[in-house]
Write a protein of this length. Structure first.
Length: 413
C-alpha cells in the first residue's frame, strides 16, 4: 500500500491545524464517545491472557487559539453525514467525514505530533495509533517472536469478542492478517475487530522493517511469505493462546502488499483453508500458479497502488482472479479506493467500501472455515453499491453468480 502522497497531505493539514487544542476541538468531558464500550471484566476472567485496547496517542495538551475555536464551531455546524454521503461517489466520503469530525482531527494532530518522538518509523509516514473509533473495539495481547532468521517481529493477538467469551480448548477459528507496504497493524483494526466480534481469533503482525518490528538482521531477505509462515507457526505452536485455537479452521486476509503475500502464501501453506486478498495490485505481482484453497479477491473502481487508476484498476486486477480455480470470488466496490481496507484517518474512499469488504470477507470465511450455510446466501446476494463499471463474481461449488450495479450512486439517496 503506497499512500505516501496522501499521508503528506494529511501531515500538512495537521501542521496547519496544530494551533487547535483538545477542548477547542470539542473533546471536552461532555463529548460523546462513539467507540464500543469497555468490557466490564478483564479477559483473564474468561481464561485468556491479559489484554488491552488499541493504544491512542499521548494526551499532551496542544496550543489553543481563537482560530481553533472558530474551526471547532465551523465543523460542528456542517452536516457531516450528509456531505460524506454526497461525496462518496467520488471516493471522498470517509475523508470528508473525518475532516468534519473534531475528535478525529484532534486525534490525528496528536498522533502525527507524537510520531516525531515515539519511535514510529518516520520514513513510512503513518503513525501506529490507528483510528479513535476502532481502538476501543479490540482486545489486544501484544507479543514478540522471531522469524527463521532471528529478526524480532511484533504481533497483536486480537481476542474474540473482546475476550468476553470463555477460552475453550481447540474451539476458536483463526484469521492471520497481513498488512500493506509501509503500514502497521493499527491501520487494519476495523477488519481485525470485524472477525474478532464474529468469534474468530485474529493474529496481525508487522513485517520486518515495518511498524514495531525490527529491521532485518544480517542474512534475512525480508521474505513476506516466509514471515507469514513463521507467524502462523508461532501462533499455533508457541503463543499464549495456542491451546484455544482450532488448527483446522485457519484463514488468511491481506491488503495490498499483504494481498500479494496472501496469494503466494495460500499456494504453499497447507495449514490454510481460505483466503481473502484485498487490492493485490496486478497480475505481475501475484506470486502463485495454483490455488489449493478458496480465494476471494477484493478491489474497487478507484483502486491503485500509488495513485488511483480511476475506473480502470479492476481490469488490471482481473487477470489475477482469472488464474483462480475452484471456489473463488471477485468483488469490486463502487468508488472505493486503495484505502478501502484501512482505518487510517482522512484517507479517501467511499463510505460503503468498508461495508462491502466486511460483508463478503466475513461470509467467505464463515462459509469455508465454519461451514455456515447462511454465509453462502450472503455471498450470493449483491450489495447495492457494487461496481456498475466492472462485474463482480462469486463461484461456489461450480455455481457462478455475477453482480453488477445498474449505475452510479446518486448523492443523498
Amino acid at each position: 500500500m503506497h499512500h505516501r502522497s496522501c499521508a503528506v497531505l494529511v501531515l500538512s493539514l495537521c501542521l496547519t491545524l496544530a494551533g487547535c487544542g483538545q477542548d477547542d476541538l470539542g473533546l471536552s468531558a461532555g463529548q460523546p464517545n462513539l467507540s464500543p464500550a469497555k468490557p466490564e471484566a478483564g479477559s483473564e476472567a474468561f481464561g485468556w491472557p491479559a489484554s488491552k485496547p488499541g493504544e491512542g496517542p499521548p494526551e499532551s495538551p496542544l496550543p489553543t487559539g481563537d482560530l481553533a475555536l472558530q474551526l471547532n464551531g465551523l465543523l460542528a455546524s456542517l452536516p457531516r453525514n450528509e456531505l460524506a454521503t454526497a461525496l462518496s461517489p467520488v471516493a471522498l466520503g470517509f475523508t470528508v467525514g473525518d475532516l468534519l469530525d473534531p475528535r478525529v482531527v484532534e486525534f490525528q494532530i496528536r498522533a502525527m505530533a507524537a510520531q516525531l518522538s515515539d519511535g514510529s518509523r518516520l520514513d513510512q509516514a503513518f503513525h501506529w495509533y490507528g483510528h479513535p473509533d476502532n481502538n476501543a473495539g479490540v482486545a489486544l495481547v501484544p507479543v514478540s517472536f522471531t522469524n527463521r532468521y532471528g529478526t524480532r517481529l511484533y504481533g497483536e493477538i486480537v481476542l474474540p469478542q473482546q475476550g468476553q467469551v470463555a477460552a475453550r480448548p481447540g474451539q476458536f477459528p483463526v484469521i492471520l492478517a497481513l498488512e500493506g507496504l509501509n503500514t502497521n497493524t493499527a491501520m487494519y483494526r476495523w477488519w481485525h475487530q470485524l472477525f474478532a466480534d464474529a468469534g474468530y481469533l485474529v493474529f496481525a503482525f508487522d513485517f520486518s522493517g515495518q511498524g514495531r518490528s525490527d529491521d532485518e538482521v544480517a542474512g534475512d531477505p525480508g521474505n513476506n511469505i516466509e514471515e507469514a509462515q513463521d507467524a502462523l507457526t508461532y501462533l499455533l505452536e508457541q503463543s499464549p493462546v495456542r491451546s484455544f485455537l482450532n488448527p483446522s479452521q485457519v484463514g488468511v486476509i491481506g491488503h495490498s502488499m499483504g494481498a500479494i503475500a496472501t496469494l503466494g502464501l495460500q499456494a504453499v501453506e497447507p495449514r490454510l483453508r481460505a483466503a481473502v486478498a484485498a487490492a493485490p495490485i496486478s497480475e505481475r505481482s501475484a506470486p502463485f500458479e495454483a490455488n489449493p484453497i478458496p480465494v476471494m479477491i477484493q478491489t474497487g473502481d478507484h483502486d491503485g497502488p500509488i495513485a488511483p487508476i480511476v475506473f480502470v484498476n479492476p481490469q488490471i486486477v482481473r487477470p489475477v482472479y482469472d488464474k483462480l480455480t475452484g471456489n473463488r470470488a471477485f468483488i469490486v466496490a463502487d468508488a472505493a479506493s486503495h484505502a478501502q481496507h484501512t482505518n487510517y484517518p482522512l484517507l479517501p474512499t467511499s463510505t460503503w467500501g468498508r461495508e462491502i469488504a466486511a460483508q463478503y470477507s466475513l461470509a467467505w470465511m464463515d462459509f469455508h472455515l465454519r461451514g455456515m450455510s447462511s454465509a453462502k446466501d450472503v455471498l450470493r446476494t449483491a450489495h447495492p453499491r457494487l461496481s456498475y463499471l466492472h462485474a463482480s463474481e462469486v463461484v461456489i461449488d461450480g455455481e457462478r453468480q455475477v453482480f453488477q450495479s445498474a449505475g452510479p450512486a446518486v448523492p443523498g439517496l
